[in-house]
Each structure stands twice: as C-alpha cells, then as structure tokens.
Design a protein around this ligand. Structure first.
Ligand code: HEC
Ligand code: HEC
Length: 261
C-alpha cells in the first residue's frame, strides 16, 4: 500500500494554524453584551447562582457590589476571569469549565452590565483614622487584618473590596441575621454539665472540633458529650447604637473600605 505523508502533514499544519487562531481569538470584550436573549437568560442565571451573595440587583450583600466594576475601570476580560477562577480564600466560587461553558459566564455578565452605573463607586464619608482606632479597640481581638489580630472570626483584610455599607452595617448591628458559613456558633455540653461555646471548625459522625471563645482549638468525641447545641446567635457581639454611635460606625466603615485585595 502506498502511503502518503502529505495528508497528516497538512492536518498537522492546519491544527497548528487553528491553535494560533484560537489563542489570538482570546475574547477580551463580552461578545453577548447587546444580545437581548442572552441578557434574559443571563438574568435568570444570575438570580439562581449569584444573587444569593451579590444581592438581587447585584448591588452587593455578602459579596461586593458588581454594578460599579466597569465604571471603576475593570475590563470584561478581568471580570470574566474572576467568575471563571473564583477568588481563592473567599466565598467567591470558581466556575468549573466542564460544567459551565464560557457562554454562560458571558451571558451572566451581559446581564450584570445592564445594571451597571456609569459613575465610579462613591467615596465614603467618615474618618478612616478614627475608624482604625475603633477597630483596634473593638474588633481586632477576633479579626485579623493584614496579618495581625484574632482568629475567632474571618480575616477582614479584603472586606473593603466593594462590600456595600448597608451589608456591613447590618453585620455590625445585627450579626446573627447572616452568619458566615464555616463559622457556625455551637455549644458543647459535657457530661458534667460544663458548657463550651465557640465556632465549629469540623464535625463528623463521631467527633467535633471547635474554636472556643479564648481561641483555642478543642476536639471532642461525641460519645463523651451530653449534647451538641447548634446556636442561632453569632459569637460576634451585636453593636447597637449605644455601644457604637453613628459617627463612629461611619468612621469604622470608612476604615474597612480602605482594606482591599
Ligand atoms: C457564595 C457567595 C458567592 C457566590 C455564589 C458568587 N459570588 Fe461573586 N463574589 C463573592 C465574594 C465574597 C467576592 C469578593 C471576593 C474578594 O474578596 O475579592 C466575590 C467577587 C466577585 C467578583 C469580583 C469583583 C471584583 O471586585 O473584582 C465578580 C465579578 C463576581 N463575584 C461575580 C459573580 C457572579 C457573576 C456570580 C454568579 C455566577 C457570583 N459572583 C457568585 C461571593 C459570591
Ligand atoms: C468575639 C469575637 C468578635 C468580635 C469582637 C467581632 N467579631 Fe466580627 N465576626 C466574628 C465571627 C465569629 C464572625 C463569623 C461568624 C458570623 O458571621 O457571625 C464574624 C463575622 C464578621 C463579619 C462578616 C465577615 C464575612 O466575611 O462575611 C464582619 C464584616 C465582621 N465580623 C466585622 C466586625 C467588626 C467591624 C467588629 C468590631 C466592631 C467585629 N466584627 C467584632 C467574631 C467577632
């Protein structure tokens, strides 16, 4: 049989050319930006997969306000990558390429773009310096910022990355209305009646681990416990206006908004 190498070579060259074309064709601008159908589907997807964290109108809740991203200079490409890769070390999940095609992401972003304002996010009132003093005095025992502080609550070094003031205010005034996953409050009742309160770190069928209020990790075998009580009250204290007045709250929020990536 006579073999010709020309076909495989042509195919190989074609594949290389195609590969180059694909690399060059890396999308930097949202191809679905003015596609009405995509925007509608993107809206449905947003409500299902994103609104729980970014709020029903993308103005932010547990996750940041997304409507000011474009006005503050972010490119379609960079925003796409945040959704594809997630933000490691935060609640922002990655989108698995085998389950979420690029088109889905562009669709959601086309929708969010329709909500976007043209003004960059507003500068906030309040004095960050006083806010930092309040933070050091009141919050640092439980929260780390830039490598220093307590560990009972989450690291707040990035909390300023667009989380709206309303959501932060709600967290500070009434922390138990929205307890961050991974920091569930729990009370263990020992057989002798002693109660240990803290934040649950780990639990399986036979054992449970928590960080107690003195920030020590403690592990218990469940068989040795009288009871494990899942609490509804966050271990974070509620700061009512008589403990933290409105001026000080403003300053604290200004300080938190300076903490970013
Ligand atoms: C479980 C909560 C959660 C879900 C679900 C979620 N996000 Fe996020 N997202 C976050 C948090 C928290 C951040 C901030 C991360 C940080 O600290 O930078 C974030 C950040 C982002 C950013 C980056 C913002 C910036 O400043 O660069 C984009 C874009 C984004 N999310 C879009 C989406 C979209 C679109 C969806 C739905 C497909 C989604 N998110 C689902 C919590 C979530
Ligand atoms: C006694 C410890 C403690 C103190 C003091 C404390 N917190 Fe917290 N905080 C926590 C814990 C634990 C969590 C996580 C559980 C939850 O969401 O309630 C948390 C959660 C938070 C969150 C949500 C973080 C996220 O990623 O969702 C913010 C914001 C916050 N705290 C701000 C503050 C501020 C501001 C102060 C000071 C005014 C403060 N905390 C004082 C323990 C504390």
């Amino acid at each position: 049989m006579k073999r010709s190498w020309s076909i495989p070579i042509v195919v190989a060259l074609w594949l290389i050319a195609e590969g180059v074309a694909l690399t060059q064709a890396r999308v930097t601008k949202n191809p679905l930006e003015s596609d009405k159908e995509a925007i509608r589907d993107g809206g449905a997807m947003f409500r299902q997969r994103c609104a729980g964290c970014h709020g029903p109108d993308a103005r932010g809740d547990r996750g940041p306000d997304l409507t000011g991203l474009w006005a503050s200079g972010a490119s379609d490409d960079r925003i796409f990558q945040s959704v594809r890769q997630g933000v490691p070390g935060t609640e922002m999940p990655a989108a698995d390429p085998s389950r979420v095609p690029d088109r889905d992401i562009w669709q959601v972003l086309a929708y969010v773009h329709t909500l976007a304002g043209s003004d960059p996010p507003q500068a906030v009132a309040g004095t960050a310096e006083n806010g930092e003093r309040i933070f050091q005095k009141t919050c640092r025992t439980c929260h780390m910022v830039n490598g220093g502080g307590g560990e009972l609550g989450p690291d707040l070094s990035r909390i300023g990355s667009g989380r709206p003031r309303a959501a932060l205010t709600k967290k500070i005034r009434t922390p138990s209305t929205n307890i961050r996953p991974g920091y569930e409050p729990v009370t263990l009742v020992l057989r002798d009646g002693q109660r240990i309160r803290g934040v649950k770190k780990n639990e399986d069928e036979f054992s449970i681990q928590l960080m107690d209020l003195r920030q020590r990790i403690q592990g218990y075998v469940k068989a040795n416990l009288a009871e494990v009580v899942a609490e509804k009250q966050s271990v974070m204290p509620a700061y009512a206006p008589d403990q933290l007045n409105f001026g000080d709250l403003d300053d604290l929020l200004s300080y938190l908004s300076t903490l970013r990536r």
